[in-house]
Design a protein around this ligand. Structure first.
Ligand code: NAD
Length: 371
């Protein structure tokens, strides 16, 4: 087996723990990357094909996202090997066993991720007293239901649009992925007078240059129906979403959807990254070269984790919205200013901002300071 120290660098990982409980078939990995800013917050992902590398990379992304958002939290992530669609009793046993196994990892606060939900976070809290993304009844703020990430994304878009001289009223918007992030972004941009001209889900793309009926599309998704069931608009395949000319293109689905092979097809002024790592590094560089502004994921989509941090502090839903608004607007302004002053790519500016905060926090810690 390759040594886990292959991931080690100046930031972490602080701990990488493998968990095996034969009696319940629990196989899990917890990566606590960096805790200089505070206890790590990061999701619990359940999937059959996860790995230590995935846990570490996701934990590092959380270190940067939490620091960039100015939260008193470091980054962590855990993965549980298993099919999330397993029978509920089996899943509850596994998650409860996982919660017991991490009870002494007091520097890690689990949250929901792919394959886990607020009920699972309730089981974890019940076992070890520590999780975020809880059901409302036990002090949670349902971040997907209220659209915390979409709300923050639209705040970042508003700041950027003002900076690049693009009025939101009448701006043409295209959204890939019409789930928790995509549909709330669509709703809020619609309220600001923007026009949704294209949207997609796993079944395909719907396009209408005169503007799609956002409320009708959301109602469709709430009935778990595909966007193609909407009577209006032209229907394209899933990939067609990339070719729709627009002012704001929002990836809100999978990683690496814009890459060297398709970046030339994108015709837009602003890419606002709702999804995590939706563009490859080459694609981001190509977009910058063409004068397209790209708002990096860990600045623009931090609304969810900010909401989780407020929940952890016992704050309210309205405090969560106010904090998301303030932090994301401030960070977006800081990144845009650095881009303007130094000519670096927005991602490099965002990374520098996050790392500055982590390094400052590390200086306060006895064993964390590099020098
Ligand atoms: P979700 O499961 O609620 O929605 C995803 C949507 O994308 C679904 O409508 C699905 O049909 C669609 N989709 C999947 N693959 C697609 C494809 N190839 N083309 C078009 N549509 C596709 O998920 P979500 O919570 O909205 O998360 C979306 C993305 O945003 C993910 O990358 C997630 O990691 C990221 N993100 C989410 C949050 C959050 O608070 N939910 C926070 C930060 C980042």
């Amino acid at each position: 087996m390759a040594s886990a120290f292959c991931f080690a660098d100046e930031l972490g990982p602080f701990k990488l723990i493998h968990i095996w409980r034969q009696s319940v078939g629990l196989k899990a990995i917890v990566a606590i990357d960096n805790i200089a800013c505070g206890p790590a917050i990061g999701g619990v992902r359940m999937a059959p094909d996860v790995s230590a590398e995935e846990a570490f990379r996701l934990a590092r992304a959380m270190t940067l996202k939490n620091a960039a958002a100015g939260l008193p939290h470091g980054g962590g992530k855990s993965v549980i090997f298993g099919d999330p669609k397993m029978p509920r009793a089996q899943k509850e046993r596994l998650i409860r066993a996982f919660a017991g196994a991490i009870a002494d990892l007091i520097n890690y606060i689990p949250g929901p991720d792919m394959g886990t939900d607020e009920l699972a976070m309730g089981w974890i809290k019940d076992e070890n007293g520590r999780s975020v993304g809880l059901p409302r009844e036990v002090g949670g703020i349902p971040l997907d239901e209220i659209g915390a990430t979409g709300f923050g994304l639209v705040a970042a878009i508003e700041v950027t649009a003002a900076q690049i001289g693009m009025p939101l009223a009448g701006a043409r918007v295209v959204i890939q992925g019409f789930g928790s992030v995509g549909k709330h972004a669509a709703r809020l941009l619609d309220e600001k007078g923007a026009r949704l001209v294209g949207a997609s889900d796993t079944r395909g793309t719907i396009v209408d240059d005169n503007g799609l009926d956002v409320a009708a599309l959301i109602a469709l998704k709430e009935r778990e129906r595909p966007l193609h069931d909407h009577p209006g608009g032209k229907k394209l395949d899933q990939d067609g979403i990339i070719d729709i000319p627009c002012d704001i293109w929002i990836p809100a689905a999978r990683p690496d959807v814009i890459n060297a092979g398709n970046v030339a097809r994108l015709s837009t002024r602003l890419v606002a990254q709702g999804a995590n790592i939706p563009c490859t590094a080459e694609a981001e560089a190509a977009l910058a070269h063409r004068g397209v502004m790209v708002l990096p994921d860990f600045i623009a989509n931090a609304g969810g984790v900010i909401c989780a941090a407020i929940e952890y502090q016992g704050g309210t839903e309205s405090a969560a919205f106010a904090t998301i608004d303030e932090k994301i607007r401030d960070n977006t302004r800081a990144v845009l200013q650095a881009v303007q002053q130094t000519g670096v790519l927005p991602r490099a500016a965002a990374l520098a901002l996050a790392k500055r905060r982590i390094e400052r926090a590390m200086r306060t810690r006895r064993w964390e300071h590099a020098i």
